[in-house]
Write a protein that binds this ligand. Sequence first.
Ligand SMILES: NC(=O)c1ccc[n+]([C@@H]2O[C@H](COP(=O)([O-])OP(=O)(O)OC[C@H]3O[C@@H](n4cnc5c(N)ncnc54)[C@H](OP(=O)(O)O)[C@@H]3O)[C@@H](O)[C@H]2O)c1
Length: 333
Amino acid sequence: MKAYIIKKYSKNGHLELVDVPVPELKPEDILVEVHAAAVNLLDAKIMTGEFKLILPYKMPLILGHDVAGIVTQVGKNVTRFNVGDEIYARPADFRIGTFAEYIAINEHDAALKPSNLSMEAAASIPLVSLTAWQALVEVGVLQKGQKVFIQAGSGGVGTIAIQLAKYLGATVATTASENSFDALKDLGADVLIDYKKQDFENILQDYDLVLNSQDNKTLEKSLQIIKPGGKAISISGPPTPVFAKEAGAPWFVKMILSLISSGIRKKAKKKAIDYSFLFMKANGNQLSKITELIEQGHLKPVIDKIFPFEQTNQALLHIKTGRAKGKVIIKVR
Ligand SMILES: NC(=O)c1ccc[n+]([C@@H]2O[C@H](COP(=O)([O-])OP(=O)(O)OC[C@H]3O[C@@H](n4cnc5c(N)ncnc54)[C@H](OP(=O)(O)O)[C@@H]3O)[C@@H](O)[C@H]2O)c1
């Protein structure tokens, strides 16, 4: 089968299209014929080696974290899926590789694809919606009537997180360029802040939760708008020793993360704010709940651009600009 790989970490490298064997199945795996994949900044960050402490991948590595496709084979212990099922997934770390014609995925990391979405639209969903779910539902425990600030509302995570927060009954503030305001109002955003002209920390106050996806400066400013007892959840760092422990990282990684996150942890503690770093995980059960929300019309995909498989490198370059409005998709079949 054809697959896009990297052979080593590199700052400005590109993916190489190669022929590799179709993956072999473990007993709990399904073999998925890939119809569409989505590109994530995580792919670009893995390419540069930025994640090598946390995710020490072996080379060569097939990249790609989001897939929609059809089950063509099932392992001997599979109970949740049958051959012919249309599924979507964010395969687990160390089992990634959706920029390929086939991928083997543990059945517990996949869910039936929403019946009202095309393969391309479905591929846009898993990683960002699981991130939003794990931030807002699992860690944030966002309640009806609470106020949440979701940074970068027009991005892949932002467009889904806004919709999920509205479904949960929260008031949503977000930052975006002015030309995205109408689209984000349609998704349900209540308070829109033009990050190029306005300072959110002078506008928002007494927020229950912040979903931080920007730099450390933005994270520090976010602490100013959270009320005591509120939560700051960052998906863009700095990672904490708690995260290192959960990820089973070696002691020296725990030490490094303890050092790089000590400033923000201290500042948050002083304000009685709970700071945590979230690195989303594959989860087929949560994805099944997301399928329901999509089929009920509560969540809809936002797609920036669809690239053909042959242009996977261009798709990666496109998201690296940081300007995508919603998700960037690769049509594989
Ligand atoms: N830890 C995790 O589990 C996890 C999961 C998913 C993503 N992430 C991380 O979260 C971050 C966001 O991911 P993403 O996929 O949503 O990114 P993305 O789709 O590439 O975000 C692009 C969007 O961000 C907007 N934007 C850029 N700078 C901004 C700023 N300063 N303020 C407000 N909006 C801004 C852009 O709008 P304009 O073009 O209008 O500027 C654009 O629409 C990345 O660092 C990613 O690696 C982490």
